[in-house]
Design a protein around this ligand. Structure first.
Ligand SMILES: C[S@@+](CC[C@H](N)C(=O)[O-])C[C@H]1O[C@@H](n2cnc3c(N)ncnc32)[C@H](O)[C@@H]1O
Length: 350
């Protein structure tokens, strides 16, 4: 074996270890073990199992695995496992800026339809939304919640002073492809005079969005509705937004034409999509692996399931945003000066 081959063997083993660590994290997250360790302190496998009503043998193996992966500290004398303090914001504090629990759920849900995906490679087509375990949607929502709760109002909106002013004055805001409504709810909390609307074609997401609005006490100012943009738009709004929608759409060009019709002539369209390079071959590093994985397992695949364009997660770089928006009848596209590993935002005007 050459030295380079040996290096690749090591790389494969390291990558597999990472995959296993995420799987063990998904179990810890799902069962609430991280939360328990954080709230009730270090424990032996017997104590932890008793505290949580779990099978001790499984808990013991999980503790050793998570310790080997560097997620737990194991004390050989007391036989107790502890969650390092620095990991609490990452694994326990839901909605906080460092929280990664959404990833565990998202990938667990994404990776379940394996045979369907392999069949799509062979025969074309794709996977429908309904096929995914609800855990995927929960993970997506948890991830989105982190971004919108910590960045949307405090860091991204100040880069769009006209949008902010319209919302302060009580304008209308429509969030298309709103998912579980986390972006809409955060904005409604911050702008009490404005009127908010959220549309999504997947009914379970709208049900969740309504529940989230109720929980945040803003349900009287948001109307969430099941609606497919490809069927047209309900009315015109001062501000229209899409957060991670366009690259997922079956017909992104038709969607943008509909969005143009949804924006008043003096209104603004806020487009958030995935940060990527104009040439797909120029997307490198761990974030690119993550994005191509998400694309194959969901974004491209669900679009192809609808006989769609299948742009994929990294299929809407700045060059295409400009081209598609001009074709749809918009006049200006301004990329906001925001650095984020996953997303870019554009302020687009008719
Ligand atoms: C990646 S998710 C993003 C959800 C949400 N905006 C967020 O950031 O969490 C894309 C959403 O767009 C919705 N969607 C896809 N095509 C749509 C269409 N033609 N009309 C309305 N919603 C659509 C999906 O159901 C899904 O909830």
């Amino acid at each position: 074996m050459t030295a380079t081959t040996q290096e690749f063997v090591t790389k494969v083993v390291m990558d597999a270890a990472g995959m296993v660590a995420i799987r063990l994290c998904a179990i810890g997250n799902h069962l609430g073990i991280f939360k328990n360790l954080s709230a009730e302190g270090p424990a032996t496998s017997e104590q932890l199992a008793a505290r949580m009503g779990l099978n001790e043998r499984y808990v013991r193996e999980w503790i050793y695995g998570m310790s080997a992966a560097g997620y737990l500290e194991f004390d050989k004398l007391t036989r107790k496992a502890a969650l390092p303090l620095a990991l609490v914001p990452v694994l326990v504090d839901e909605g906080g800026p460092a929280y990664q629990g959404g990833l565990f759920k998202m990938f667990t849900g994404l990776m379940q339809p394996f045979n369907e995906l392999v069949t799509a490679f062979q025969k074309g087509g794709g996977i429908t939304y309904e096929t995914y375990d609800p855990m995927f949607w929960e993970g997506l929502e948890a991830n989105s919640c982190v971004r919108y709760r910590n960045l949307l109002v405090s860091q991204w909106l100040p880069e769009m002073p006209d949008v902010k002013a319209r919302l302060e004055q009580g304008g209308s805001f429509a969030d298309f492809g709103c998912g579980a409504g986390r972006s809409t709810v955060e904005l409604a909390k911050a702008f009490p005079k404005a009127r908010f609307f959220g549309f999504d074609l997947f009914e379970p997401n709208i049900a969740k969005a309504k529940a989230n609005a109720r929980e945040a006490g803003v349900e009287d100012r948001i109307e969430f509705r099941v609606h497919d943009i490809s069927k047209g738009v309900p009315e015109k709004f001062d501000i229209v937004a899409t957060f991670d929608l366009i690259h997922d759409m079956a017909d992104p060009k038709g969607g943008l034409r509909a969005l143009r019709r949804a924006v008043k002539d003096d209104g603004i369209y806020v487009l958030m999509d995935v940060a990527c390079e104009n040439d797909p071959a120029d997307n490198h590093g761990p974030m690119a692996v993550f994005k191509y994985g998400a694309s194959l397992h969901f974004c491209m695949t669900t679009s192809l399931a609808q006989n769609g364009m299948g742009l994929g997660t990294v299929g809407l770089p700045e060059m295409k945003v400009k081209e598609f928006c001009m074709e749809a009848g918009f006049k200006t596209v301004r990329r906001l000066p925001i650095e984020h590993p996953l997303n870019v935002l554009y302020e687009i005007r008719p």
